[in-house]
Design a protein around this ligand. Structure first.
Ligand SMILES: Nc1ncnc2c1ncn2[C@@H]1O[C@H](COP(=O)(O)OP(=O)(O)OP(=O)(O)O)[C@@H](O)[C@H]1O
Ligand SMILES: [Mg+2]
Length: 163
C-alpha cells in the first residue's frame, strides 16, 4: 500500500540563514544509514546552507562544508559518514556514476546531492527530495518529498522536530 500524499510531502519556510541551518540540523539528527537527500533549486537558493546545517546535526563542523564545485564530491566524518555531491559542473549522468555514486551509496552513510534534478534518473526510489526556492531576500521555501520507507520516516521526524 502506498503512503498517503500528506505523509510523503511537506513544505516549510525559513526567514534567515540561521533558520535554514537549524532546519538542516534537525534533518541531520533524523538521518539514518543509507539516507539519500536530493537538493534542487537555483543558484543561491540555499542548498549549501541547508547542507551545512545537516552536517552540524550529524556532529560535523559546518565550516568544512562548501559547494564541492571542484572536487565534485566531498566526504565528512560525523555520526554517519557524509558524501556531498555537486553535479553542477557535470556534463551527464555517466560522469556522476563515474564519481562512484553507487559505491558511496553502498557505504551506508548519507549521500547529499546538490543539483540533483540533473541525475534524478539514477537516484534510488527511496530518496528524500527537497526543492529550495527564494521567496524573498531572506526567505526560502523548502518543498519536501519522500520516495520510500526510510525517507518517509526521516521526513516525519523532521516535521516533528521543526514544529
Ligand atoms: N533563509 C535563507 N536561507 C538560506 N540562505 C539564505 C536565506 N536568506 C538569504 N540567504 C542567502 O542565500 C544564499 C544561499 O547560498 P547557498 O550557497 O546556500 O546556495 P546554493 O543553493 O548552494 O547555491 P549554488 O547552487 O550556487 O551552490 C546565501 O548568499 C545566503 O546568505
Ligand atoms: Mg551550493
Amino acid at each position: 500500500m502506498s503512503p498517503p500524499t500528506s505523509a510523503s510531502s511537506w513544505s516549510c519556510e525559513t526567514h534567515s540563514v540561521d533558520e535554514t541551518r537549524q532546519l538542516g540540523a534537525h534533518l541531520g539528527e533524523a538521518l539514518e544509514p543509507s539516507s539519500v537527500i536530493a537538493l534542487s533549486g537555483n543558484l543561491g537558493a540555499g542548498k549549501t546552507h541547508l547542507t551545512q546545517g545537516i552536517a552540524e546535526g550529524l556532529g560535523i563542523e559546518r565550516r568544512l562544508v562548501n559547494s564541492p564545485t571542484f572536487a565534485l564530491v566531498q566526504e565528512y566524518a560525523g555520526r554517519l559518514p557524509v558524501f556531498h555531491f555537486d553535479t553542477y559542473r557535470l556534463r551527464n549522468v555517466d560522469e556522476f556514476l563515474d564519481l562512484g555514486f553507487d559505491e558511496y551509496l553502498s557505504l551506508r552513510g548519507v549521500c547529499i546531492i546538490e543539483w540533483a534534478e540533473r541525475v534524478a534518473e539514477v537516484l534510488p526510489a527511496d530518496t528524500l527530495t527537497v526543492r529550495v526556492s527564494a521567496t524573498g531576500e531572506s526567505t526560502r521555501l523548502f518543498e519536501w518529498q519522500a520516495g520510500g520507507e526510510v525517507s518517509l520516516r526521516i521526513l516525519q521526524t523532521l516535521r516533528n522536530r521543526s514544529r
